[in-house]
Design a protein around this ligand. Structure first.
Ligand SMILES: Nc1ncnc2c1ncn2[C@@H]1O[C@H](COP(=O)(O)OP(=O)(O)OC[C@H]2O[C@@H]([n+]3cccc(C(=O)O)c3)[C@H](O)[C@@H]2O)[C@@H](O)[C@H]1O
Ligand SMILES: Nc1ncnc2c1ncn2[C@@H]1O[C@H](COP(=O)(O)OP(=O)(O)OP(=O)(O)O)[C@@H](O)[C@H]1O
Ligand SMILES: [Mg+2]
Length: 284
C-alpha cells in the first residue's frame, strides 16, 4: 500500500484490505464484468472517463476482464471540468490502450438551457437550487451519450458507483446512476483507492481529491461536509454494521451530529436506491 493511502488511516477502525483480500476483490469484480457482458449478449462495454479514481479503476478492471479491444471510453468535458482532469481521463484511456472519443457536451447543455422552461436561468445558475440542477443536466447528458454508444454498438454501460456514494445518495438520479452495472459498487471509497493503488493506477490519480465536477471547484468532501475516511467508518460501523449511532460516535470520537448527518443522508436518499414506486395492484 502506498504511503498516501496509508497516511489517511488514522481512525480507530481499520478498513485496510490485505493483499489476499485485494486479489479476491479483483478476481470477483473482473468475473462480474465478464458475466454481465456475456449475460447481456453484448459485444463489449462503454465507460465515461472523468480522470477520477472511480472511473479509472473501473476501466482498468474492465480491460482486465474483457481485453482492451472490448472497452470504449468517452471523455465528455463541459465548461466546469478542469483541463487537468480531462487530460487525466485521456491519459487513462491511452495507458489502458482503449479506443476513446472526446465530446464537448457544452453545446448540448447550452441548447438545453435555451429551451428550458425556466425564467432568468443565466442569472440564477450560480446558486442553488439551479446550480445543482444545472450540474445534474450535465451529468444526465453524459448518460444520454453513454447509452447512444451502448445502443449503437451493442455494449453495456459500465457504472462507477461505489458503496459510499450509494448509501449517501451522492449521485444524480438517472444521471451517473443510469448504468447497466456498478462493478465497484461493493467497495467503500477508501477501498476503491486502495484497490486502484494495488492494480497499478498512477499515484497522482490515487491521491487526487474526489470531485463530481458539477460546478467549478466542487469537491465531494466539502459538499458532504465530512471526509470519505470518516464517512466510510460510520457506514461500516453503523449504517452497514451493528453499532448504534451513539456507540459509533464514541468509537470514532466524533460529535453525535456527525453520525446523525450520515443517517440523514442515508434516509433522504432511500428513493434513489429503488425503482420508482407505483401503487399496489387493486383487485376490483
Ligand atoms: N422521497 C423522494 N421520493 C421520490 N423521489 C424523490 C424523493 N426526494 C427527492 N426525489 C427526487 O429526486 C430529485 C433529487 O435527486 P437528484 O436529481 O439526484 O439531485 P440531488 O440529489 O439534489 O443532486 C445530486 C447530488 O449528487 C451529487 N453528485 C452528482 C453526480 C455525481 C456525483 C459524483 O460523486 O461524481 C455526485 C451532487 O453533487 C449532488 O449533491 C428530486 O428533484 C426529486 O425529483
Ligand atoms: N467529464 C466526464 N467525462 C466522462 N465521464 C464523466 C465525466 N465526469 C463524470 N463522468 C462519469 O461520472 C462518473 C461519476 O463521477 P465521480 O466523480 O463519482 O467518479 P470519478 O470522477 O471517477 O471519481 P472521483 O470520485 O475520484 O472524482 C465518473 O466515474 C464517470 O464515469
Ligand atoms: Mg469525479
Amino acid at each position: 500500500m502506498s504511503d498516501a493511502v496509508a497516511a489517511t488511516n488514522d481512525l480507530p477502525i481499520d478498513l485496510t484490505l490485505s493483499d489476499d483480500e485485494l486479489d479476491a476483490h479483483r478476481e470477483h469484480i473482473t468475473q462480474f464484468i465478464r458475466r454481465v457482458v456475456d449475460d447481456a449478449g453484448a459485444d463489449g462495454a462503454v465507460i465515461g472517463l472523468s480522470g477520477g479514481i472511480d472511473s479509472t479503476l473501473t476501466a482498468h478492471l474492465a480491460v482486465e476482464a474483457l481485453g482492451e479491444g472490448a472497452v470504449r471510453g468517452l471523455v465528455l468535458p463541459s465548461e466546469v471540468n478542469t483541463e487537468g482532469n480531462m487530460s487525466d481521463a485521456e491519459r487513462v484511456a491511452e495507458l489502458l490502450d482503449i479506443e476513446y472519443d472526446v465530446v464537448d457536451i457544452e453545446p448540448i447543455v447550452d441548447a438545453f438551457f435555451e429551451a428550458a422552461p425556466l425564467e432568468n436561468v443565466d442569472d440564477r445558475i450560480g446558486s442553488d437550487p439551479l446550480r445543482t440542477a444545472a450540474g445534474n443536466v450535465r451529468v444526465r447528458t453524459r448518460g444520454v451519450l453513454n447509452y447512444f454508444v451502448a445502443n449503437a454498438e451493442s455494449r453495456i454501460v459500465l457504472g462507477t458507483g461505489n458503496r459510499s456514494e450509494t448509501l449517501t445518495g451522492y449521485f444524480t438520479k438517472y444521471g451517473d446512476q443510469a448504468v447497466d452495472c456498478n462493478p465497484i459498487g461493493n467497495l467503500y471509497k477508501r477501498q476503491v483507492r486502495q484497490l486502484a493503488d494495488y492494480v497499478g493506477v498512477p499515484q497522482d490519480l490515487v491521491e487526487k481529491p474526489p470531485s463530481a465536477e458539477m460546478w467549478a471547484g466542487q469537491t465531494d468532501e466539502e459538499e458532504m461536509g465530512l471526509s470519505y475516511d470518516l464517512l466510510d467508518a460510520i457506514l461500516v460501523l453503523h449504517v452497514d454494521g451493528p453499532l448504534s449511532a451513539s456507540a459509533t460516535a464514541s468509537t470514532l470520537d466524533v460529535d453525535d451530529s456527525v453520525v446523525a448527518r450520515v443517517d440523514e443522508l442515508y434516509a433522504q436518499s432511500e428513493h434513489k436506491r429503488h425503482l420508482p414506486p407505483a401503487p399496489d395492484a387493486l383487485s376490483l
